[in-house]
Design a protein around this ligand. Sequence first.
Ligand SMILES: [Zn+2]
Length: 72
Amino acid sequence: MPHPFRWQPGEGQRHATTDPRPKGGFPDDTRIATLCGAQITVDNSDVAWLWTTCPECNRGAHELAGTPIVPG
Ligand SMILES: [Zn+2]
C-alpha cells in the first residue's frame, strides 16, 4: 500500500499533500492543500522538482509513513 501522500512542488518548495491525485498528476495551477497546512499552486516544471523540501511537510510525511526523521 503506497503512502497516503504525494510530493508536489509549488510556490518555491516541494510540499506533501494528501489530496486525491488525478490520473497523470495534478495539472499546473491546481490549488492543493499540503501537510504543512498551506494552500499551494501546483508547479510541474522541471526546475520545480529541484526546489528544497518543505520542512513541515517532511515532518508530516515521516509521521504518516511511520519512519524516523533523519537529521540533516
Ligand atoms: Zn509544506
